[in-house]
Ligand binder design. Sequence first.
Ligand code: COA
Length: 183
Amino acid sequence: MTGISLRYRVATPEDIGLLLPLINSAYRGEESRAGWTTEADLLISERIDASGLLDKIQSPDTVILLAADGNDVLASCCELVWRPEKGIAYFGLFAVNPKRQGGGIGRQVLLYAEDYASRQWGAYKMEMTVIWLREEIIAWYARRGYRKTGETRPFPYADIGNGKALRGDLYFEVLVKDIQERN
Ligand SMILES: CC(C)(COP(=O)(O)OP(=O)(O)OC[C@H]1O[C@@H](n2cnc3c(N)ncnc32)[C@H](O)[C@@H]1OP(=O)(O)O)[C@@H](O)C(=O)NCCC(=O)NCCS
């Protein structure tokens, strides 16, 4: 377990300038290669832009959680979307500063997000989607209790904007974890 103590809060529109570099440097591009898992070999594009982030922050069923260290420096973030009709919280936009990965921050943030979804919404399942080729991150989630459901979802090639997909065979695996025992 990491010794880093993290403080959490829900993002507001004022946080967009902080969040964009964190998310986009963690997922894709050369900076992301400093971390242990990246989409840089699959996609050339930003993961999200300012208007996409604002839509999420302003959506009533969505929270973006920020995790800052003891010096109030942003270390990680994630998105939770509440789907009350299914009792499921969707987990996404998960990023740790690439220079700080591998130290246990991601593990802590994922646990906090599960607790948050359970406490705030009474969610009994967490769901996420991962590009099928990302075996190392699927294995990481499996060690945290997430399993493949067998469901797949199409990759949104039309939404890459000015970016470019480096492969034509991308799709998502759906992973799920029962978090009911946390209620
Ligand atoms: C996924 C992510 C949030 C995890 O955060 P993190 O702080 O690195 O995670 P932790 O430090 O808690 O865990 C690191 C794990 O990586 C493993 N790891 C380290 N180097 C590795 C490597 N080269 N290959 C595979 N696993 C490796 C460690 O063994 C550890 O796993 P364990 O706890 O089961 O032993 C972070 O890597 C990230 O931001 N990635 C880029 C964005 C992304 O891919 N988001 C998820 C999309 S589905």
